[in-house]
Design a protein around this ligand. Structure first.
Ligand code: PLP
Length: 371
């Protein structure tokens, strides 16, 4: 089977985990701090603004609350978004308001977001579809001029930069994912970046049950550390040292992973250009990390192509089923861009573990499809 996504983990990650085992401390500790520091360096931000969490979803749940969003507020999300981002907004009590996307890039334009703004809008929560920043710069200007918070679900954008600034650091909060399908994996895990120290402090406390770092974990300045008396409620959302040890190794390997994904994408591009019935995705290789490689076909061909490839042990998929089609976030408004994208887009296998012969197998299978 050729997988759509696949982690690249091996002896170096195992050795790092073994070291953690020998230390007898598996919880949030030195490795987590080192990972926050190294990740901060990678995205060009100081470690005080960066916080490792148990998953991107958890990071989104926590930051939406830390930003003060709640009942009476509206938050705009593109209909093509990760459903956990919508759940994070809904669970805070704020209202999810959907906007459409450009059917070719699957990212919203400024006009899409602008059209959804009402007097109750407090924030926009966007993704970078497949790793592409889309209209990120323009959206950050829009957020500033309309006094909106901008939250970046940067789960797909590790390694994407615009003018040397990391995607995920253009708004008020950015959250990355290290789940098992992502380019850098810690099994499960995530990283939060907050522009304001106050937000970062709130998240740092709320991921530790509202207790903050003292009284939680092995180190404490307090003489009676067992008296746990948090001023607010919180959740448990910390990363542990086992995950962080993996993350440190994976971060070193990241440039190689990204290079290989870019090579694979270029090979797909070159080969697919000869097929008139398939349109490869457009990317700016200078700035976007390749998280997804997708093609678009006529809607009547897409599912047949997916079935044809699956019969040949090649797994494909489409992400993300538009929120306006889900029972939780159903909307009567029209989202023609998201609808078109959902009917015509297919993600092809893309991960750094694909060999040249895997890629040729995928391409041969696509060439063998009779449209
Ligand atoms: C765009 C996007 N956002 C958020 C997430 C959630 O990440 P995690 O699994 O780390 O909670 C995912 C995971 O698939 C995702 O694809």
């Amino acid at each position: 089977m050729i997988n759509l996504f696949q982690p690249s983990v091996g002896d170096d990650e195992l050795a790092a985990i073994k070291d953690v085992f020998s230390s007898s401390w598996l919880g949030p500790g030195d490795r987590v701090e080192q990972f926050e520091q190294a990740f901060g360096d990678y995205i060009g931000r100081p470690p005080s603004e960066v916080l490792a969490v148990s998953s991107c979803t958890e990071g989104l749940f926590q930051t939406v609350v830390a930003l003060g969003l709640g009942p009476g507020d509206e938050v705009i999300l593109p209909s093509i978004s990760f459903i956990g981002a919508a759940h994070a907004v809904r669970s805070s009590g704020a209202r999810v308001v959907l906007c459409d996307v450009d059917p070719a890039t699957l990212n919203p334009t400024v006009e899409h977001v602008e059209r959804a703004i009402t007097r109750a809008t407090r924030a926009a929560l966007i993704i970078h579809y497949g790793g592409a920043p889309g209209a990120l710069v323009e959206l950050s200007v829009l957020a500033e001029t309309r006094s909106l918070l901008l939250i970046e679900d940067a789960a797909l954008a590790l390694g994407s930069f615009v003018s040397e600034r990391a995607c995920g650091t253009f708004g008020d909060v950015g959250v990355w994912s290290f789940d098992s399908m992502k380019v850098l994996t810690t099994g499960d895990g995530g990283m939060v970046w907050c522009k304001s120290d106050a937000t970062a402090d709130r998240v740092r406390s709320s991921v530790r049950l509202g207790v903050g770092s003292s009284g939680f974990g092995r180190r404490t300045a307090s003489s009676r550390w067992w008296e746990m008396d948090p001023p607010t409620i919180g959740r448990k959302g910390t990363m542990n040292d086992v995950a962080a040890a993996m993350g440190l190794v994976q971060l070193e390997r990241l440039p190689g992973f990204l290079r290989r994904r870019s090579e694979i994408s270029t090979r797909y591009d070159e080969a697919l250009v000869d097929l008139p019935w398939v349109r490869p995705s457009k990317y700016n290789p200078g700035e976007a990390a390749r998280m997804f490689y997708w093609v678009q076909t006529a809607p009547e061909l897409r599912d047949r192509l997916a079935a044809h490839l699956l019969e040949r042990q090649i797994y494909t998929s489409f992400r993300y089923w538009p929120l306006h089609k889900t029972r939780m976030y159903r909307s009567n408004e029209a989202f023609p861009g998201a609808d078109h994208a959902a009917e015509s887009t297919l993600l092809l296998p893309l991960h750094q573990g694909l060999s040249d012969s895997d890629i040729e197998r995928v391409l041969d299978a696509i060439r063998g499809f009779a449209p």
